[in-house]
Design a protein around this ligand. Structure first.
Ligand code: DGL
Length: 274
């Protein structure tokens, strides 16, 4: 990274996802670190990542990071579980800036409740097949019952803005029933899109099942890491959010507003280097 430490502190944070789901992480970061400028990249042209091979996901994530690094970000959050599961170690090895993922924070959020014993995980097929959550949970605590359920239809339903549609309810019931039958006490929403399904999930799950997502803990991790590296933005005020998507459409814009719960400002079209 070039520049004085002061100029590095005032550089933006880079956050990326395969689409607009990572904006749930952006919201959590804005709440905890309001002074930080954020440069967000959503690879909407190539969404979903969750059904692609590990090699392709690593290649896409590398191009996403390259885009952000070129624009001078001081640290990067991989706000995509699928990309974290398959690409985080290779990205951390290749690039010379702090790069954080969403899986460790998610695991920490699950284990924040000492009574969590029977964990259901819903995620893309890529995340479930990587076993990244299952391994990270088992490493941190022995004796857990862990049930991973690939839920590949959820991202298209959310991207279609069908959060409240009977078809989504039916699909969710099909995915959740086996987990409920196994008596889960915690459901990990291991995809950055899924927090938008919280109301319908709450409706479908037994009242004593706790739902966990990684956005808030991820923002806390980022805060700690920036403080440790003396990279927190020094000035107060409200940072700006700069949104870049590799494919622009009215539907993505509407969805982005819904994820952010605020207006998006102008969204730029991003062109990634090959
Ligand atoms: N947001 C991505 C994740 O957290 C899922 C979307 C996709 O499949 O690209 O895994």
């Amino acid at each position: 990274m070039v520049g004085t430490i002061g100029s590095v502190r005032s550089a933006p944070l880079g956050i990326f996802d395969s689409g607009v789901g990572g904006l749930t992480v952006v919201r959590a970061v804005q709440e905890l670190l309001p002074a930080e400028d954020i440069l967000y990249l959503g690879d909407t042209a190539r969404l979903p990542y969750g059904s692609k091979s590990p090699e392709t996901i690593r290649q896409f994530a590398d191009q996403d990071v390259g885009f952000l690094v070129k624009r001078g970000v001081k640290a990067i959050v991989v706000a995509c579980n699928t990309a974290t599961a398959h690409a985080l170690p290779s990205l951390q090895e290749k690039y010379d800036l702090p790069i954080l993922g969403v899986i460790e924070p998610g695991v920490e959020a699950v284990l924040a409740n000492p009574d969590a014993e029977r964990i259901g995980i819903i995620a893309t097929r890529g995340t479930i097949d990587s076993h990244a959550y299952q391994h990270a949970l088992a490493l941190r605590k022995t004796g857990l019952m862990i049930h991973g359920q690939a839920t590949p239809l959820l991202v298209p339903l959310i991207e279609e803005n069908w959060m409240d549609h009977p078809a989504t309810r039916q699909v969710l019931k099909t995915y959740l029933d086996p987990l409920v039958e196994k008596g889960i006490d915690t459901l990990m929403l291991a995809c950055t899109h899924y927090p938008l399904l919280m109301p319908i999930l709450r409706d479908l799950l037994p009242a004593d099942v706790r739902m966990v997502d990684s956005a808030t803990t991820c923002a806390e991790h980022l805060n700690q890491e920036l403080a440790r590296l003396d990279l927190l933005h020094e000035l107060g005020g409200v940072g700006k959010l700069d949104l870049h998507l590799t494919d622009l459409s009215d539907a993505f814009e509407a969805l982005a507003r819904q994820f952010l719960k605020q207006s998006t400002g102008r969204i730029h079209r991003a062109v990634l280097d090959a």
